[in-house]
Design a protein. Sequence first.
Length: 141
Amino acid sequence: MEIRQATTVAELLAAEHLYDGPPRPEWAERFLAAPGHLMLIAYAEDGFPAGLVSGIEMLHPDKGTEMCLYELSVDERYRRRGIGGALTRALVAVARERGCYDAWVGVDTDNDPALATYRSTGAADDGVFAMLTWEFAPKDH
């Protein structure tokens, strides 16, 4: 397995099976152009995109920069092989290299596989919280 940062729209689109819905080329282009957005893809020995992790740097005037682990996905055929943990560790390493003061991820409290993955990479619970959203338009997926 090799983990590489995605730098082209073609790489993001080739990982379509790892997303919740179909990616759009214009959104992939915007993602790559946006400062602080990062996508790491784990490739199997045959070059197949087996997993991905995305992160977004968040900057605040009184806190500095932190990394949000936005999404982690591993193809079902490649699960339970350490790929999710390797991707998480790789994103955390990039966050450290970029000078982030921490990294964080929001996880559903009943998502035991995700919780186990993040805990195995050194993450600790920061308490229970509610996530509230404002929906402006239906998702296109």
